[in-house]
Design a protein around this ligand. Structure first.
Ligand code: PLP
Length: 382
């Protein structure tokens, strides 16, 4: 594994997995280490640094090194899913801790925060974190231990001000965590903007091929916070499996290409859909009409990601009917893969969801934009 992170741009870091090779064979692709246990030296020491597979694994470490390099992080940890990465972080807080999370965020994590976290002694407030005044009013200095942002947020793609939120969180003695799944490190680097930890559902863009469930946390430093989460990952057995880590490293080699292609396609589709007779509105931070557009221009790298949502002019049934008619787009949940996905989001999130019933979520893949447009246009026209 490379010892020092080369001073390369993200596309190079990802393409070459920060230069990791197999030193033993000089193979350009590091091997997949599947062993769960390791030989102890005769003098009772473990000089290799490896003892057992639940705390750590060399292939997992390889994936973590790439993610840490991409995020400019001091350390990264891989988990068995995005949910286990996020929950692992929340579990590291002491009972009595106050957490602020967005009203608009990934629904399954919001459900966990509302339904499960209170039983663990965690007090959760859902706040319009896009509004810094509302965030400043909601923090409780000394009690608030974690502010959670998700930007752009799923499925409305609202934009939160990471640097502004970091100042507010830190002034109250809290850490700032950012779910950067849809932005990816290609478009936003939350740690450079003041966040303490970045979370990814690596299931999405980082892996990019809809064949791995994985999660990641990238910490500003290898500090006590990171060490506590690492201990919990070991104790709860939350680590990613080595085969998934191997696939993830391979997937990340094309991260930059995929994110740029998906962003260009999403932007083109958002523009065209804005003038579509069957579409009431388009939610995409790249559109100048989006309320978070100016902030997104400052905070993102000039591209606005591959995710957008549309609201059907004909309401919920029109949205469901349009999704039923696509032939090229895949009618499936998840996002960030090479194939384009369409989903009637309220059907997934259920009755408690703040997601508008007429909303279709679109994840642009890397197919030809004209093929995607023709299929979508026909499906929307009926
Ligand atoms: C923004 C976001 N965060 C977290 C998650 C949870 O990730 P996973 O499904 O890998 O557990 C998802 C999954 O859809 C997501 O979209």
């Amino acid at each position: 594994m490379a010892k020092e992170v080369p001073n390369w741009r993200a596309s190079t870091l990802a393409a070459q997995a920060i230069g990791q090779i197999d030193e033993g064979t000089r193979a350009l692709v590091p091997p997949l280490h599947v062993a769960t246990t390791f030989l102890r030296d005769p003098d009772n020491l473990y000089r290799s640094g490896n003892a057992y597979g639940r705390p750590d694994n060399e292939t997992v470490r390889g994936g973590e090194a790439v993610i840490a390099a991409l995020e400019g992080a001091g350390a990264a940890l891989l988990f068995g899913s995005g949910m286990s990465a996020a929950v692992g972080l929340f579990l590291s807080l002491a009972p009595g801790a106050h957490i602020i999370a967005p009203k608009a965020m990934y629904w399954s994590l919001r459900n966990w925060l509302v339904s499960e976290a209170p039983a663990l002694g965690l007090a959760v407030d859902l706040v319009e974190v896009e509004n810094l005044t509302a965030l400043a009013a909601a923090v409780r200095p000394g009690f608030t231990k974690l502010v959670w942002l998700e930007t752009p947020s799923n499925p409305l793609w609202s934009i939160s001000d990471i640097a502004g939120a970091a100042k507010i969180a830190h002034a109250a003695g809290a850490k700032l965590a950012v779910d950067s799944t849809s932005a990816t490190p290609i478009l936003t680097r939350p740690l450079a903007l003041g966040a303490d930890v970045v979370m990814h559902s690596a299931t999405k863009y980082l892996n990019g091929h809809s064949d791995v469930i994985a999660g990641a946390l990238a910490f500003a430093g290898e500090d006590d916070f990171c060490a506590r989460v690492r201990r919990l990952r070991t104790a709860h057995g939350l680590i990613l499996g080595p085969f998934e880590a191997f696939l993830l490293i391979r997937g990340m080699r094309t991260l930059d290409l995929r994110v740029r292609m998906a962003s260009a396609t999403a932007s083109e589709l958002a523009n065209r859909l804005s003038n579509h007779a069957a579409v009431a509105s388009v939610l995409y931070p790249g559109l100048p009409t989006h309320p978070g557009h100016d902030l997104a221009r400052r905070q993102m790298s000039g591209l606005f990601g591959g995710m957008l949502s549309i609201r059907a002019r004909g309401g919920e049934q029109a949205a469901i009917a349009a999704a039923a008619r696509v032939r090229l787009w895949k009618r499936a949940t998840s996002l960030g893969g090479v194939e384009s996905l369409i989903e009637h989001r309220a059907s997934v999130e259920g009755p408690q969801s703040p997601c508008p019933p007429d909303l279709l979520r679109l994840s642009a893949g890397i197919e030809d934009v004209e093929d995607l447009w023709r299929d979508l246009d026909e499906a929307l026209r009926g």
